[in-house]
Design a protein around this ligand. Structure first.
Ligand code: ADP
Ligand code: MG
Length: 472
């Protein structure tokens, strides 16, 4: 028997594996069975319609690229869908639904579990409201959400909303920021505080991705009305990462209805987004215009003092101590997101306990470097040059020119510095790609940039912006 399809799929998988998170790979690719290969058409079997849509939605580029690599430019992919067993309609496990919050009721429990515990929104809507599990993470409180210039407005408005849900001008309250700057933390804090002050209210935190998954399942099972009714019972609805709904017109439509209903009934809505509303693409304009009814507040990267305070708070919560100079080093060197800051702190603790060494600046330095490389996979010098050129509005050719024009020299030095920080390339290789310079020039550039970072606040701010473009 010809099992070239098996071979081809095996090859594809090895590429896909390198390009996806282990969790996603296990969830979405492992269950796929290659069925046949007809010319350049590979047919794969997926467990359900949902898988198919998910793959098409999330992984189409990766799939295309991989298939073309093994089957040539005309490669095509065919899906064969195994129909869901209709007796177990709620068992599709969404990625991530249970990751942060194991009690999550909307992780679609098996049908036989539905009689116990919190209610499943699609099955028994209209039951006693207070049995709805809010999906709030108890660790994300206002108390440990450190205040700074960077988040004052959002934090303050969040507090007011929690005190008087539906009773302020901030409805909806839309919080936006880049990743890792505290949106999720803040909206959990709002939910927790509202529940503490008003135990009678029904509060629900839901990621936009969950909303989409639920709606998908509800539609499939003809439960659309139940779905809407369920959401209409909520007094404080928190939707995290609304940008996920981009292009998901069905879910947007239904959310629009829910939104209007809740708003008309003075219920509170809190939304987070990683973009400013007007920059959200593929979100219907009538929904966007609703967002403007309330208040939009952003979260910025905290300044060094606030970062230091956040580090101390995290150390305190985890019962850990770090030498003062290491704290200062972390606060001044990690400038792109708080999540990254936390990641490095965790690695530090782990390293020091494994090696039984006390934590020093040198060790911190190494871990930051390694962390950056791991978290930002395979950044090439070329990629970094492109981002820097884009930022300074010059072409990569201009960057390589042998010129003394100040803005070109600066862009080149920045490109060198960032390449050293984020790529695995040697100084010589970096130099070669930045206008045929030698490794000493790169070394000098790195030093120059470092000096400026330490002394020039505005320059610092600019570098943060560029680095965010690189890592996010
Ligand atoms: P986002 O949702 O914007 O991607 P998160 O809310 O997940 O970001 O925040 C990332 C991490 O940073 C979380 O662990 C959070 O507790 C922490 N964090 C963010 N802002 C603050 C703050 N002001 N004080 C304390 N911790 C913070
Ligand atoms: Mg988040």
């Amino acid at each position: 028997m010809d099992d070239r399809h098996v071979e081809i799929w095996k090859n594809c998988l090895s590429v896909i594996k390198d390009n996806t998170e282990p969790q996603s790979f296990a969830t979405w690719f492992k269950p796929i069975v290659p069925l046949s290969l007809n010319g350049n058409v590979l047919t794969i079997q997926v467990p359900s319609q949902f898988y198919y849509e998910w793959l098409e939605d999330k992984y189409i580029d990766l799939l295309k690229m991989t298939l073309k690599r093994f089957l040539g430019p005309e490669a095509k992919l065919n899906y064969s869908i195994v129909m869901d067993n209709s007796e177990r309609p709620y068992t599709v496990q969404m990625p991530g639904t249970n990751r942060n919050n194991p009690k999550n009721p909307i992780g679609m429990p098996a049908p036989d579990k539905l009689s116990e515990g919190p209610i499943n929104p699609f099955v028994i809507p209209g039951l006693q409201k207070k049995t709805i599990e809010s999906q709030l993470n108890e660790n994300y409180t206002f108390d440990n959400f450190i205040e700074g210039e960077c988040n004052r407005l959002a934090r303050q408005c969040g507090l007011e909303v929690a005190r008087k849900p539906g009773g302020t001008a901030y409805n909806p309250l839309l919080i936006y920021s880049g990743t890792g700057l505290g949106k999720t933390h803040l909206c959990h804090a709002i939910g927790l505080e509202a529940k503490r002050l008003h135990p009678e209210l029904t509060v629900l935190y839901v990621q936009a991705e969950q909303l989409y998954n639920q709606y998908f399942t509800a539609t499939k099972n003809n439960n659309r009305v139940d779905f809407i009714h369920f959401y209409q019972m909520i007094d404080l609805l928190i939707i995290d990462d609304i940008q996920f709904l981009a292009g998901k017109t069905g879910t947007q439509e239904v959310f629009f209805q829910i939104f209007n209903f809740l708003h008309q009934n003075n219920k509170q809505i809190v939304i987070t987004s990683d973009k400013f509303p007007s920059e959200l693409q593929n979100i219907e304009s009538r929904l966007l215009s609703r967002f403007k009814w309330g208040l939009t507040a952003d979260l910025q990267m905290p300044d060094v003092a606030t970062r230091t305070a956040i580090i101390r708070e995290k150390l305190y919560i985890n019962g850990i101590t770090l030498p003062e100079d290491v704290i200062q080093y972390l606060a001044s060197n990690l400038r792109t997101s708080i999540r990254e800051l936390e990641g490095v702190m965790i690695s530090l603790m782990a390293q020091s306990s494994i090696n039984k060494k006390s934590i020093t600046i040198e060790m911190t330095q190494q871990i930051i470097e390694r962390f950056m490389r791991n978290s930002v996979k395979e950044l090439s010098v070329e990629y970094i040059i492109n981002i820097v050129c884009d930022y300074f509005k010059i072409s990569p050719e201009q960057l390589s020119l042998n010129t003394r024009k100040q803005h070109v020299v600066q862009a080149r030095q920045i490109a060198m510095y960032l390449s050293k920080k984020y790529s695995n390339a040697s100084l010589a290789a970096i130099g070669a790609q930045c206008g045929k310079k030698d490794h000493a020039t790169v070394h000098h550039a790195c030093k120059t940039i470092n000096d400026r970072l330490e002394t020039d606040k505005q320059f610092n701010q600019m570098m943060v912006e560029i680095e965010r473009k690189i890592v996010l």
